[in-house]
Design a protein around this ligand. Structure first.
Ligand code: SF4
Length: 386
């Protein structure tokens, strides 16, 4: 069974124009209760056949903007989880929190619930760029939330930053990194903006050569500068897009990159349990109806972790598992440990070429991507798998 658990909370203060997640604005909060009820029903339904509580290493509340909720709204969820799962102070419990949605009391309430890690969606410290992103918060609010988080003393916290933004140049990015480092964050996650066709940005920037977008070479320079600067400030790049002080790595995300199984609950959530990958609907009404109490009463209880047949999107057989391990482990700085089965899945000719081109190092029976390979990692890894 799995030892990590993801919960999706889809409500947001604003809908960012680049966002492709299942997330909504509900200013009047009319759908909050109905959603939490369905979520609790889903947990009850899926877990009610457990013969014992499952020990958890990590819980992650993602979204959406989970910090939009009051701690009192999350409390019943914790109670439901505690019926089926064992978790305590040693469990990494992360909540995604956005500036402009929390105050001191809320943060204290989250901490009282047992949340010990916050992932802060700051994205940029540029006054100009924050406007283009329409995040619904100011740079000032971003600085305030960081100061509060530090003062209250969560066990760990992370800053999320985006680069490759419309109108962004290297100089602005360098200033954002300097501002981020001035807070001494124990962890930084940073991804290049990905423009998804179904979003407002996807409509505006249909052409990837749009004049407002930084050129591909500039985006690469932004990543190189980021990596070099964070590493020279003791933030170790333990994954392609994640840096941390020692001991502050995100254990929850490490579960994904180690290709381990995890439970997932909520709208659009994808889980991986008992070698099955499953997916919940992205459609709010469909999700609510599915996990209304009446609907779940009719399901049989034959398996340990209950899944409807049509939710299973993939059976992860041994072959698929090895592919996933290669793909995910190579994202990590520690790299991929070789064994005979892994070696059978790797194209040895391609590997030799990548080693000769200094894109991959082979040390202590491990394959590790070099710095030169980081910006083209997907291409390299796909070519490597037979
Ligand atoms: S806050 Fe996050 S989840 Fe919500 S709309 Fe913006 S990017 Fe999407």
């Amino acid at each position: 069974m799995a030892s990590s658990l993801y919960i999706h909370l889809p409500f947001c203060k604003t809908k960012c124009p680049y966002c492709d997640f299942a997330s909504f604005i509900d200013k009047k909060q009319e759908r909050y209760k109905i959603y939490f009820d369905a979520l609790e029903n889903e947990i009850e339904f899926r877990c009610r056949s457990f013969d014992q509580k499952q020990k958890l290493k990590t819980i992650f509340f993602g979204g959406g903007t989970p910090s939009i909720h009051d701690p009192s709204e999350l409390e019943p969820l914790f109670k439901t989880l505690s019926k089926y799962f064992d978790f305590d102070d040693a469990t990494e419990i992360t909540l995604e929190a956005n500036p402009g949605t929390v105050d001191r009391n809320k943060l204290l309430g989250f901490k009282d619930l047992g949340i010990n890690r916050l992932s802060l969606g700051v994205q940029t410290f540029s006054e100009e760029l924050i406007g283009y992103l329409a995040r619904g918060h100011s740079v000032q609010e971003a600085c305030e939330i960081i100061e509060l988080v530090k003062e209250i003393g969560f066990k760990s916290w992370s800053l999320d930053l985006i680069y490759g933004l419309p109108h962004q140049n290297l100089d602005q990015w360098q200033k954002t990194i300097a501002e981020a480092l001035s807070f001494n964050p124990p962890h930084i996650s940073s991804y290049a903006l990905s423009i998804e066709p179904t979003t407002p940005f996807g409509q505006i920037y249909k052409n990837s050569m749009h004049q407002d977008l930084p050129h591909e070479e500039s985006v690469i320079q932004m990543y190189i500068y980021l990596n070099k600067t964070l590493e020279s400030n003791s933030l170790n790049r333990y994954e392609i897009s994640n840096w941390s002080l020692q001991g502050h790595e995100a254990s929850h995300n490490l579960c994904y990159w180690h290709a381990e199984e995890y439970y997932a609950f909520g709208l659009s959530a994808h889980g991986y349990v008992n070698k099955k990958r499953y997916a919940n609907s992205r459609d709010f009404q469909a999700y609510i109806e599915k996990f209304s109490e009446r609907a779940i009463e009719t399901i049989n209880k034959s398996n340990e972790f209950q899944l409807f047949d049509d939710e299973v999107i993939e059976i992860v057989d041994d072959d698929k598992y090895l592919e996933e391990r290669i793909f995910l482990n190579l994202r990590l700085k520690e790299g991929l440990e070789l064994n005979s089965k892994i070696e059978e899945k790797i194209n040895s000719h391609k590997l030799e070429n990548f080693i000769n081109q200094c894109f991959i190092e082979k040390t202590n029976n491990r394959l590790i991507l070099t710095n030169d390979a980081l910006m083209i990692s997907n291409k390299i890894i796909f070519e490597l798998i037979k």
